[in-house]
Design a protein around this ligand. Structure first.
Ligand SMILES: NC(=O)C1=CN([C@@H]2O[C@H](COP(=O)(O)OP(=O)(O)OC[C@H]3O[C@@H](n4cnc5c(N)ncnc54)[C@H](O)[C@@H]3O)[C@@H](O)[C@H]2O)C=CC1
Ligand SMILES: O=C(O)CCC(=O)C(=O)O
Length: 480
């Protein structure tokens, strides 16, 4: 394979920085000649199933980084090996760490990488992203993307992908287990037995059959849970910000208050948003039925925990299960103390409370599926510029190039969404044979993808440099 330097010499662009490789040859199946060697498609190398466009029977031409080993990827928080394997099989340089990183260390490391993979704990704030000079894409190997400043990322041309539902079932199953465990005080009985105490009681222990489950947030997880709960003979009611079709015999309630006043068990499945902060506070706990139960496996900010402690001490709430907390440690260890969250010890001292370390999505099935799904999205984005599934960019895709089209180039132009940009871009691309083109915008950012035929290295260099000089430019990539 040719080196990065070969390309920059051929294109006469200096100096040969990683930045340059990212922008110009981040493409890639690139040799100094567009008709150079092509690699087998990635799905022939992994056991996975990268989706691809149909090309009418012709062989799909893989766009691959010219110097794949120059693509540096940092994976934090123990991303599953399924995902690591897919990325390594592309020839990228992958560093995988088990935990998250403190902000200053993260800033040091992120400066150097083209791709970062995280889970729920790593905070990619504007301050961190500002320093990520080479970063083109973030993979959230989880559902939530609240830990990333996705708007700031888009404004810097950094796409963000997640896995919207691969762990939904795992969370729903955990909540079912918690509903039964709270109703039967299983946590307390088990703790007593571990200490040698036999305490056979039925007082305050219930079947869940015939009880009412109130679900806040009837999305992927809430609706899965709805089906499971009905199978146990529960009645399901839910509250959501939008009107949704209820599954089975579930019923949507018009207000949160109406839902809280009726449910025996309340469970939260909303994203972290300003509107969902302390969504269940003192007032809402007052609305809840005496002796009801509260579960939170969404985000730690959704429940006012000091209010919950008071409500449990008074007996208003008979039991609770928490999987998420306002502050969570970067890795495993003895961290669940008042230093982390000032009320941690009060919480730990309560009866009939199940405390789990954010394991809602932590199953072999979910982590394996997420590893594959997010890594494949990252490969598609790095190699082909496809944004399908991105949470902060318009979704843009073009039919794949084929091996019958050797002298084609794919141009990606991420730009500010302002009037007149296409006039400028078309003045540059218009001199060439644009086979197909798609552009779309999302908020202040627009994404243009165009496949151009009959190009040589001089033409590519010219297109790249002229696009880069436009004032609307956020990021230009040229792939072939
Ligand atoms: N504990 C864990 O390990 C996991 C936690 N999660 C958390 O669970 C959350 C929910 O996940 P999904 O069900 O996949 O999300 P989703 O996006 O499919 O559903 C969320 C639902 O909440 C509703 N909603 C949003 N704002 C609301 C508001 N202010 N009031 C009422 N309803 C509102 C939405 O309309 C939507 O129906 C995620 O955002 C994530 O934070 C997700 C996976 C694992
Ligand atoms: O375990 C994880 O990676 C985080 C799960 C989660 O909270 C999510 O998917 O949003």
């Amino acid at each position: 394979m040719s080196s990065a330097l070969d390309v920059t010499e051929a294109l006469d662009i200096e100096p040969p920085t990683t930045e340059l490789i990212r922008r110009v040859s981040s493409s890639l199946g690139l040799s100094t000649s567009p008709t150079g060697t092509f690699h087998g498609p990635p799905w022939t190398k992994t056991a996975t199933s990268l989706t691809r466009s149909t090309t009418g029977g012709a062989s799909h031409k893989q766009l691959k980084p010219f110097a794949a080993e120059e693509i540096k990827i940092l994976l934090l928080e123990n991303v599953n090996t399924t995902g690591q394997d897919i990325l390594r099989s592309q020839g990228y340089q992958v560093t995988a760490l088990k935990s998250s990183l403190p902000e200053d260390e993260l800033i040091e490391k992120i400066r150097d990488v083209s791709v970062i993979g995280i889970r729920a704990k790593t905070k990619l704030t504007a301050r961190v992203l500002q320093e990520a000079k080479n970063l083109m894409v973030v993979g959230c190997f989880c559902i939530g993307t609240n830990q990333v400043d996705t708007k700031f990322a888009a404004e810097r041309g950094i796409a963000v992908f997640n896995s919207p539902f691969s762990n939904s079932r795992s969370v729903a199953e955990l909540v079912v287990a918690e509903i039964i465990s709270l109703a039967r005080q299983l946590g307390d009985r088990s703790n007593e037995m571990h200490k040698g105490t036999w305490n056979k009681v039925s007082n305050g222990c219930w079947e869940i059959r015939g009880k009412t489950l109130g679900i806040i947030g009837y999305g992927h997880i809430g609706s899965q849970l709805s089906v499971l709960a009905e199978a146990f003979g529960m009645s399901v009611i839910f509250y959501d910000a939008v009107n949704l079709m209820a599954l089975g015999t579930a019923k949507q309630k018009p207000t949160l208050e109406a839902m809280l006043r009726t449910a025996d068990f309340v469970t939260c499945h909303v994203p972290e948003l300003p509107e969902t902060k302390n969504m269940i506070g003192r007032k809402e706990m007052e609305y809840m039925k005496d002796g009801s139960y509260l579960i939170n496996a969404s985000r730690g900010s959704v429940i006012d925990i000091p209010a919950l402690i008071d409500a449990m001490r008074s007996g208003k709430i008979a039991g609770a299960a928490l999987d998420v907390y306002p502050a969570e440690p970067a890795g495993n260890g003895d961290y669940f103390t008042n230093e982390l969250n000032p009320w941690a010890e009060d919480l730990r001292s309560l009866k009939n409370i199940i405390l789990t370390p954010h394991i809602g999505g932590s199953t072999e099935e979910a982590q394996s599926a997420i590893g594959i799904e997010v890594s494949e999205a990252l490969v598609r984005y790095v190699n082909e510029g496809i944004t399908l599934g991105a949470v902060n960019m318009p979704e843009v895709n073009l039919r794949s190039l084929t091996l019958d089209e050797p002298n084609h180039v794919r141009v990606i132009y991420i730009h500010r969404n302002i009037p007149g940009v296409l006039r400028g871009v078309n003045a540059i691309l218009g001199d060439h044979n644009v086979d197909k083109q798609m552009t779309d915008s999302r908020g202040e950012v627009a994404y243009l993808m165009a496949d151009i035929s009959d190009v040589n290295v001089t033409v590519i260099k010219d297109i790249y440099q002229r696009l880069e000089s436009l004032s609307s430019r956020i990021m230009t990539r040229v792939l072939y």
